[in-house]
Write a protein that binds this ligand. Structure first.
Ligand code: ZN
Length: 131
């Protein structure tokens, strides 16, 4: 089992960062030609998702709807004040799995891998495991 860790410095309170190329580079460096790649986020207020990366307005729409679905400032019990970020991260999920074919991520034509910051800016990590 091969593991690679990526560091990500997020810049905003909430943002989606396209990490497709970085994950592809890590897969290449690990030298695996076929299998699957698990991309895991070891945080409770950040997440990972796959969606369209051809049109940047898609990620803006996702962020807008997360704001509406799970607003900040409700009467949450979590004393740290970032319950909305924990809930958004859980809705998006903490890992995705992508097949690897001929040493490349086998993604659909319009798909990209997005790191989802829900309570930034922070120093973050993404762990990539090849299986
Ligand atoms: Zn918290």
């Amino acid at each position: 089992m091969a593991l690679k860790r990526l560091s990500i410095k997020t810049q905003a309170k909430q943002e989606l960062i396209d990490i497709t190329e970085r994950v592809q580079r890590a897969v290449r460096e690990l030298g695996v030609s076929a299998g699957a790649c698990v991309i895991f986020v070891p945080h409770t207020t950040a997440a990972i998702t796959i969606n369209e990366h051809a049109d940047p307005s898609v990620k803006e729409d996702i962020l807008m709807m997360l704001d509406k679905l799970v607003p900040a400032g409700l009467r949450y019990q979590h004393a740290e004040g970032n319950a909305h970020a924990h809930i958004r991260a859980s809705l998006l999920g903490h890992s995705v799995t992508v097949p690897i074919e001929d040493g490349k991520l086998a993604l659909g034509t319009w798909q990209g891998i997005f790191f989802c910051e829900c309570d930034g800016p922070r120093q973050r990590e993404v762990w990539i495991t090849l299986i």
